[in-house]
Write a protein that binds this ligand. Structure first.
Ligand SMILES: O=C(O)C(=O)C[C@]1(C(=O)O)C=C[C@@H](O)C=C1
Length: 426
């Protein structure tokens, strides 16, 4: 890959990008994942950055961060010659992180046997605990979704969805959790685009009941407020209730719900309320001014879990399959695709179209010759069948005939847990 920055600059950028408070683990992973020469640079950078509290030294922006990830990703699986290996003690001595364990680096380079573990997907690569990257800070609903999908996981906060994807691609995390749809707000479109841009596989889904609270600093009353801040989805999920509460004040969108709560606490804002979870209130020392402010009591967000490798589809429990396809000619393709499922009695649970004119996709023909193609729209479909079922395989074979581009995003167990209202929700 062509790039104007070197691998050691890439490391510097990555390390300084991560805030020390939430990203200690990520920094350690970067050290572990890089080659011995780069590792030395990483250690020096972490040491310098930690001691300067990340304010000085290495300037960087998102573009640097993106290129850094790409460069380091290409370095991730490279083999290390025996003679070049750096000892644990050297790292611990310079960096001061006693828990740094380099043993998994060696393991990660070896092929792993396929496994049918409890979640039917590949086991964690960093010891026993699965690391799950999510967008937001602790107390975000995405963190709760990670906990629901993988109860004993270590949830890793990331400040952008893009970072959560890259954390998995760089082997810093084992899974990423991504909200894709809400029962009130509808599809989270940007995340569909991300699924297409990255090469991760959907390995599971969870439906999370979302119970919003209005959070303020202790002692603040409704009359003091002139602003409500939250994630745009959360703001839209509570719009009617806020109006009913007489809060006709400014709404401001921020990156995540818990981040809004943290912002109020950190800046001692007595004129601002956040829409976030009760857990966020606990974590950031805020008071719940109103509880259950979502416009509908059955407010549920659907999250998908992403991994580097797909899982083995099965037929002994209900599975869902997600696909994306496009066609460059003709208008009847959607009708034909839908009929391929209808004829086989396969139910669709989702259909979504996204404009895609400006972004070409590389398609390969039978001879593996690739051409860039522009498609007007990409279509996303979820259907209720496993890729292990013959009817699903036949339906997809037919879809492939009608379309110029088809990708299976994943075939994964459906979340069948019935929704139980919280006390007082009825
Ligand atoms: O901000 C959060 O807490 C999130 O986890 C994100 C998110 C979303 O993107 O929809 C998740 C669930 C809720 O629907 C509101 C916000």
């Amino acid at each position: 890959m062509e790039s104007s920055i070197s691998q050691s600059q890439a490391l510097k950028s990555l390390i300084s990008y991560h805030k020390p408070h939430y990203h200690q683990i990520m920094k350690q992973r970067l050290v572990q994942r890089s080659s011995p020469k780069l590792r030395k640079t990483a250690i020096q950078c972490i040491y310098r950055a930690d001691s300067k509290n990340f304010t000085g030294g290495i300037g960087l922006n998102r573009t640097d961060w993106q290129s850094s990830c790409a460069i380091l990703a290409s370095n991730v699986v490279s083999q290390q010659p025996e003679t070049e290996k750096t000892s644990n003690s050297e790292i611990t001595a310079v960096n001061g992180h006693q828990t740094l364990d380099l043993a998994p680096i060696v393991d990660q380079n070896l092929p792993k046997p396929l496994s049918l573990g409890p979640d039917l997907s590949a086991p964690p690569m960093h010891g026993n605990q699965l690391r799950v990257a999510y967008q937001g800070v602790p107390g975000a609903y995405s963190e709760a979704a990670a906990g629901k999908a993988y109860p004993k996981c270590e949830a890793i906060p990331c400040d952008q969805f893009e970072v959560a994807f890259q954390a998995v691609e760089l082997w810093i995390a084992d899974r990423a959790v991504l909200p894709v749809e809400n029962s009130l707000g509808g599809s989270i479109h940007r995340n569909y685009d991300l699924l297409l841009r990255h090469r991760l596989h959907i390995v599971g889904e969870v439906q999370l009941p979302v119970h919003h609270c209005l959070l303020v600093l202790p002692g603040v009353r409704k009359e003091y407020l002139n602003r409500v801040i939250s994630h745009p989805q959360a703001l839209s999920q509570c719009e009617l209730t806020l109006t009913k509460l007489g809060l006709n004040v400014a709404r401001e969108a921020v990156d995540d719900t818990a981040g809004a709560a943290e912002f109020i606490a950190a800046n001692n804002l007595r004129d601002t309320a956040a829409i976030a979870s009760a857990r966020a209130a606990d974590l950031y020392g805020l008071q719940i001014l109103a509880d259950g402010i979502q416009d509908d009591l059955g407010n549920v967000t659907r999250f998908v879990m992403l991994a580097r490798e797909p899982i083995i589809p099965r037929t002994d429990r209900p599975f869902k399959t997600s696909i994306v396809f496009a066609h460059d000619k003709g208008t009847s393709v959607l009708f034909k695709v839908l009929s391929a499922f209808a004829f086989r009695n396969i139910s669709l649970t989702k259909i979504e179209s996204r404009p895609h004119r400006n972004c070409p996709i590389r398609c390969v023909d039978d001879a593996n010759v690739g051409t860039a193609k522009h498609f007007e729209y990409m279509f996303y479909i979820d259907f209720e069948a496993s890729m292990a079922e013959v009817r699903a395989q036949n339906a997809l074979a037919e879809v492939q005939e009608f379309t110029s581009f088809l990708r299976v995003l994943g075939s994964y167990p459906m979340d069948m847990t019935p929704w139980t209202p919280r006390n007082g929700d009825e």
